[in-house]
Design a protein around this ligand. Structure first.
Ligand code: NDP
Ligand code: OXD
Length: 309
């Protein structure tokens, strides 16, 4: 039995070491150098090549190397009865909450303008967007979203959240389902996307949605690039529905060098780094799920394939 690490481009050395430190008896293989395909019983994937999973007939489970699983659910070469799980760790949640808070602070305090002004040696005082005039709305209140909501509430923000089912979180207004999307948007200035990418949420961040936000509007997209209709973001700036955006994820990653987003001063760009799983924490959960899969036990953070997340 072996555990296979698969990615098109990734240095797996620290994860391999952490896995072996956690369980020295583990047989770890790194794609594409696989000794015996039949021995692979557990695969860990991130940005893996299409159809590669179909090569391993004895897979008992597959794990994402992140919280998102759309890359695994989209892989038609993976048998429907192979369970899929994902990585959720305390550090992933903490990093995500810090990233979002940082993006909000940079926006409210006009830090992006100061970066530009510094280049010109220009001493110009900008205002600050008062916290009491700021309503933050989080789309997706799962493992990431609820953590972000808690930190923002502790920081004194007015927070609301939108999910499929109603939630009870201290200090947060909960909206649920399609019928409550509009009232949620109407009450939101700063919109944070933390939805999983599913057929229902693909392209959800479009012009129609931006029109419904309270002004001034600002977008933080840390979900997936395909949630956003990229050209609609530009229309939303031009029409005054949004003042700016902080984007961590893109339709195409790496963001192509000639992409128009690079030249838009309203857009802050980070290269898909909002939350990165540290090898040691990842190894803890992966070894636990490997053992569970080998003994036919329920996996931790197993995905509901029907729901798509
Ligand atoms: P979860 O699966 O734990 O939670 C998903 C949330 O979205 C749930 O609250 C769910 O509602 C809600 N939801 C799903 N579909 C809909 C819908 N159609 N309408 C309304 N609400 C919906 O996800 P995570 O919090 O773990 O992660 C969210 C996403 O964040 C990941 O899928 C990934 O794409 C992205 N991510 C990005 C990272 C980065 O570095 N940029 C790092 C980590 C994650 P309900 O609770 O009612 O089921
Ligand atoms: C994830 C990510 O899904 O980093 O964990 O995007």
């Amino acid at each position: 039995m072996s555990l296979l690490l698969v990615a098109k481009k990734r240095d797996f050395s620290s994860l391999e070491n952490a896995l072996l430190e956690k369980d020295p008896n583990l047989d770890v293989e790194i794609w594409p150098r696989v000794d015996k395909k039949e021995r692979v019983t557990f695969a860990v994937c991130w940005d893996h090549p299409e159809k590669v999973l179909g090569n391993y007939p004895n897979l008992r489970a597959v794990s994402s190397l992140g919280a998102g699983v759309n890359h695994l659910l989209d892989d038609k070469s993976l048998d429907d009865d192979v369970p899929i799980c994902r990585l959720i760790t305390g550090s992933l949640q903490e990093q995500m909450a810090e990233y979002v808070l940082n993006a909000i602070l940079n926006y409210r305090h006009n830090f992006y303008d100061y970066v530009e002004l510094k280049k010109k040696g220009s001493w110009e005082q900008k205002g600050i967007i008062p916290k009491d005039n700021t309503s933050v709305g989080i789309m997706g209140l799962g493992e990431m979203g609820k953590h972000v909501a808690t930190l923002l509430e502790q920081q004194g923000y007015k927070v609301s959240g939108w999910s499929r089912s109603k939630k009870e979180l201290k200090g947060m207004d909960s909206f649920a389902g399609k019928e409550e999307l509009d009232p949620f948007l109407n009450a939101t200035n700063i919109l944070i996307n933390l939805l999983p990418l599913t057929p229902e949420t693909d392209g959800i961040l479009d012009l129609e949605l931006f029109k419904k936000l309270k002004k001034p509007g600002y977008l933080i997209n840390v979900g997936r690039g395909d949630h956003l209709v990229e050209e609609d973001l530009i229309y939303a700036f031009d029409m005054g529905y949004l003042q700016g955006a902080c984007l961590d994820v893109f339709e195409e990653e790496p963001l192509p060098k000639n992409h128009s987003f690079w030249n838009r001063k309203q857009i802050m760009i980070t290269p898909h780094v909002a939350a990165i799983t540290p090898a040691k924490e990842a190894a803890e959960l992966l070894v636990e799920n490997y053992k569970r899969a080998m003994s036919g036990m329920e996996l931790l953070y197993e995905v509901d394939r029907e729901r798509g997340y």
